[in-house]
Write a protein that binds this ligand. Sequence first.
Ligand SMILES: Cc1cc2nc3c(=O)[nH]c(=O)nc-3n(C[C@H](O)[C@H](O)[C@H](O)COP(=O)(O)OP(=O)(O)OC[C@H]3O[C@@H](n4cnc5c(N)ncnc54)[C@H](O)[C@@H]3O)c2cc1C
Length: 304
Amino acid sequence: MRGLIVKMVLTVTRWRWVKWLFTRTRVGRRVALRFVAGDTIDEAVVAVRRLNAAGMSVSLDHLGEHVEDAAAAEGARDAYLACLDRIAVDRLDANISVKLTQLGMGFDDALCARSLDALVRRAAGAGTTVTIDMEESAHTTTTLRLYAEAQRTHGNLGLAIQAYLRRTPGDLAGVLSLGGHIRLCKGAYDEPEAIAVRTREEVDAAYDALLRTLMAAESVKPAVATHDEKRIVVAEELALTRTAPWEFQMLYGIRTRLQEDLVADGYAMRVYVPYGDSWYPYLTRRIAERPANVWFFFRALVGR
Ligand SMILES: Cc1cc2nc3c(=O)[nH]c(=O)nc-3n(C[C@H](O)[C@H](O)[C@H](O)COP(=O)(O)OP(=O)(O)OC[C@H]3O[C@@H](n4cnc5c(N)ncnc54)[C@H](O)[C@@H]3O)c2cc1C
């Protein structure tokens, strides 16, 4: 059922008039602003400062993915370099999260690797780290390879892994020795059953099993990326015997009270803050995770 809903939402939101409704109307923009800090780095910095003041660190995502030419890939790299400079100058408690298809992975993997290298060096100079988001399964193997190469050279990276992919236990075993931070999420894309579990129960069971491995590994810093209270309880229990650092991660605008409560309980929390004008694909995934978000749109449409 969960897989079907994700597939349906991700299909419908590709229709041209639906995209128009979200991206070209004031209401669509208002819905997006629930999940996105704004179009500009200045707006993102306002959100970062507020979250830092509330005791949370941040991962900044300059929105964009699947760029189709070198100029766009280099533009994305430059936007991230500027973001890292801003983190340094404004002394923000933040790192960056990057989608490699935004840096050219898929059409020029060498360009992507060079740009990643530039970002990781700049991040090191700013005293921070780079997390690589995990995208559709067609890119998993290349993402793992580029992560491993950069992490072996620089040591200040992290990687997102997706619980729903059947291959992930093996992938996790392969990256544990590299150190870094490993963000465990459920997975946000529409993947076929042959390679991914699709029911909520199966995804949750896979998540808990991976979490157990991750929290037992002192070589890496686990990032427990979920808003699911049952998974949070599992993490809290596993953390009782852990001595090395770890953190919770949640998305900007989602379960903000829970974010605050966990900080009040003494847990480390990092909020993933997206910004930039290419927010539509990100928004469609947030709707697919929770189709009730469509009602938020219709309520805004009728002004309630
Ligand atoms: C910090 C972070 C980074 C991520 N990075 C990646 C990545 O690199 N690759 C990837 O594939 N996925 C990524 N994701 C998304 C992730 O895979 C899930 O799709 C998403 O987090 C929803 O799953 P959940 O664990 O919160 O559990 P769910 O069971 O889906 O949600 C639990 C509860 O959280 C709330 N909730 C969850 N999603 C929403 C929403 N969209 N709107 C409103 N409420 C919501 C609801 O109350 C829901 O009942 C990331 C998630 C986080 C938190």
